[in-house]
Design a binder for this molecule. Structure first.
Ligand SMILES: N[C@@H](CCC(=O)N[C@@H](CS)C(=O)NCC(=O)O)C(=O)O
Length: 235
């Protein structure tokens, strides 16, 4: 059913995006706008109406019930945002690579992307998953851990404090240019700051993080990341 909405005669990738600014779809949108050189179709999944948890989506797209997902030309489906962005980085024609152009640069960018996810994003997402907003959003489809909030707020603050020190004298997370590490971190932080659900992410006591947030917010790609993608991307 989810494939039938699409013209199966034309071979093209399909990105399953969401009709809401969930941070995972936001990361991929930000990547797409920043990267350039990409061509694919988009199907917007009704995350608000939980279309992603209905049998058709679980069967045809992602058994984990999550967005985003990418259907390749040969029909196989890739999920997990770093895998989707990594694939896009490989197949894009034109634009600027965001995972690095040499083995050394790629290793450094992977290192910072992983640190950003493990030390900052995962703790604050776990904090959010203990809130009432999460309970309402998931409507029983996901295990919530309200008892983990305190420890994960502390873990996220610790990660952000460390990042604040590391950003001193540096424009972006992995160096002087925007890379996947910034895309991942800003997709999560910027979208959660915009919705107001995690007010403690941006505080004056972390001036270098605040300056980095400002630099990221000023980018044209960031101004588009909260809106669902158009039906066809050719950039
Ligand atoms: N590990 C996945 C996480 C994807 C994810 O959790 N997406 C959220 C949107 S931000 C979702 O689909 N939530 C709805 C649900 O779980 O029902 C990835 O990296 O893409």
């Amino acid at each position: 059913m989810l494939l039938a909405r699409h013209d199966a005669t034309e071979k093209t990738m399909i990105l399953y995006d969401a009709n809401a600014p969930g941070p995972n779809p936001v990361v991929v949108r930000l990547f797409v706008h920043e990267r350039g050189g990409l061509r694919f179709d988009v199907q917007t999944i009704d995350l608000v109406g939980l279309e992603n948890r209905k049998p058709a989506y679980l069967r045809d797209v992602n058994a984990r019930g999550e967005v985003p997902a990418l259907r390749l030309d040969d029909g196989r489906v890739i999920t997990e945002i770093t895998a989707i962005c990594g694939y896009f980085d490989e197949v894009a024609t034109g634009g600027r690579r965001l995972f690095g152009g040499t083995p050394e640069a790629r290793a450094e960018i992977h290192m910072w992307t992983r640190r950003a996810y493990l030390e900052i994003v995962l703790p604050f997402v776990t904090w959010w998953r203990g809130t009432e907003a999460a309970e309402v959003a998931y409507r029983g489809h996901r295990l919530l851990m309200p008892e983990a909030r305190r420890s994960h707020r502390l873990l996220a603050d610790q990660g952000l404090n460390r990042l604040d020190d590391e950003l001193e004298g540096r424009r972006f997370v992995a160096g002087d240019e925007v890379t996947m590490a910034d895309i991942l971190l800003y997709g999560f932080m910027g979208s959660n700051i915009a919705t107001g659900e995690i007010p403690w992410l941006d505080v004056p006591q972390r001036p270098h993080v605040a300056a980095w947030l400002g630099r990221m917010a000023a980018r044209a790609s960031s101004r588009k990341m909260m809106a669902s993608l158009e039906a066809r991307i050719e950039n």
